[in-house]
Design a protein around this ligand. Structure first.
Ligand code: CO
Length: 457
């Protein structure tokens, strides 16, 4: 183990996706990106993550921008650097499962418009939900990176991670990732985990974490020393806090060592200047809350992602019950156990969070049960790592029969229906996908586009 090969670490720059999703509510517009993309192309990044995740929804909902046009423009500017996207497996970029025909067509159009690496994940790490994405990515000659959602809990032993990693390799993925959306991965655990996964598979390993709890750059250091192949970083003005460790800092740390990523420091300084202005504007307008930049130790204490904590505060505020915050945090841990210990990431984080709020507000557990909780227990999102508590499950699903197959096997092709519904607004092939993901927002966006814009190019 000590004699791991020391090799240059590859750097993925996240400023065009995760960094602004984490710090700026995903509000960075294409116009704010374009002046700097040609410089970004010269840095020597392994890839730039620039699409997917929440960027799609936010583009049409708030920015009135066509995400497909953004992708094509980024592709034009970033001629030699690989473009990466984040996909929520069978959920695509939405919140429920789509039929395979929609998933396949979405990936086909994503690659055709410029995506090289499809980083796909499932909120339960049920890899059956990733099969179609991986197959479709390979068919389109893209790179299929399967990201394991990192979480803590009794079920999540090193043996568990090794086993899923092996199954991902068998599935035909090109590389594997650790996706630590909550910043729970501490340095020595990262070292162990990287060793374990590298031991179990021969796939390249990408490590992705967030600075939320203040440990992330140490985590990267140990992960790199343990032999991971790439790390995700954000250019310094939009780094730290709920975002990633700073790219320039990590590059400097490894400079002159066998891990040196060989990035162009001068070009990065130019990029940094550009985003420093965007950061200043965002602080002035209130879009960037300096609170997000500090260390949030509660994430480590309660193992709850930062985004979920802020949702929770908002939900309790709406109900006028802010004093219940602590109680809800404790209830989240119990609900998570009852529901089979799922990782907390969209959409499982919302399901567990909302259920915990209701349990506390009603002063009776599971008196009110949102439909999404029921769907999770019925297996409609896939299989949880452990079975749910049998009594609670029985109480919630009653006589309904849970499903045990891959949930999308029960879905008939959906494209023809979506094509028909959005036909009157269609200006490009990809519009049906925009519509499939967010029907009502897409409709509003299409109407706006018709009124104010030329057709997309
Ligand atoms: Co992330």
């Amino acid at each position: 183990m000590e004699n791991k090969e020391r090799k240059p670490i590859k750097i993925v720059e996240t400023v065009l996706r995760d960094a602004h999703q984490s710090l700026l509510a995903t509000r960075m517009s294409t116009e704010q990106m374009m002046p700097v993309v040609e410089t970004m192309d010269q840095v020597g990044y392994h890839a730039v993550e620039c699409w997917g995740g929440a960027t799609f929804d936010t583009a049409i909902r708030f920015l009135k921008e066509d995400p497909w046009v953004r992708l094509r423009r980024l592709r034009e500017g970033l001629k030699q650097t690989k473009l990466q996207m984040l996909l929520r497996g069978q959920n695509l970029l939405g919140y429920s499962h789509y039929a395979d025909d929609v998933v396949e067509y979405f990936i086909q159009r994503s690659v055709a418009n410029g995506i090289d690496i499809v980083r796909t994940m499932d909120c339960l790490n049920d890899i059956r939900n990733l099969e179609t994405s991986v197959k479709a990515t390979k068919r389109e000659k893209g790179h299929a990176l399967v990201a394991l959602v990192y979480t803590l809990g009794e079920a999540y032993t090193l043996e568990y991670w090794k086993d899923v990693a092996k199954r991902i390799e068998d599935m035909g993925a090109d590389s594997i990732g650790i996706k630590d959306m909550a910043g729970l991965l501490t340095p020595y655990r990262a070292e162990e985990l990287v060793y374990a996964i590298k031991d179990a598979t021969s796939l390249p390993l990408a490590v992705h974490t967030h600075y939320t709890a203040g440990v992330a750059s140490m985590t990267y250091l140990k992960a790199v020393e343990a032999g991971c192949d790439s790390i995700d970083c954000a250019i310094s003005p939009l780094a730290l806090g709920t975002s990633q460790p700073a790219t320039e800092v990590m590059a400097k740390v490894f400079q002159g060592t066998p891990y040196d990523p060989g990035l162009d420091m001068e070009k990065m300084a130019e990029i940094s200047n550009h985003f420093a202005r965007i950061r200043e504007e965002a602080i002035k307008s209130g879009l960037l809350n300096p609170k997000m930049l500090g260390v949030n130790i509660k994430t480590l204490q309660y193992q709850v992602p930062g985004g979920m904590l802020s949702n929770l505060v908002a939900q309790l505020k709406d109900a006028g019950k802010e004093e219940l915050y602590q109680e809800v945090l404790e209830e989240i841990a119990r609900v998570r156990k009852d529901f089979g210990e799922p990782p907390l990431v969209t959409p499982s984080s919302q399901i567990v969070g909302t259920q915990a709020v209701m349990n506390v507000i009603c002063r009776e557990r599971y008196k009110m049960v949102p439909n999404e909780s029921k769907k999770l227990l019925l297996g409609e999102f896939g299989q949880t790592v452990r079975p749910a508590d049998p009594e609670i499950k029985k109480r919630i699903i009653k006589d309904e029969k849970p499903i045990t197959c891959r949930p999308a096997d029960l879905l008939k092709p959906q494209l023809p229906k979506f094509e028909k519904e959005c036909g009157q607004w269609k200006q490009q092939e990809e519009d049906v996908l925009t519509y499939a993901l967010f029907p009502s927002v897409a409709k509003e966006f299409f109407q706006y586009r018709e009124a104010f814009h030329d057709p997309p190019t």
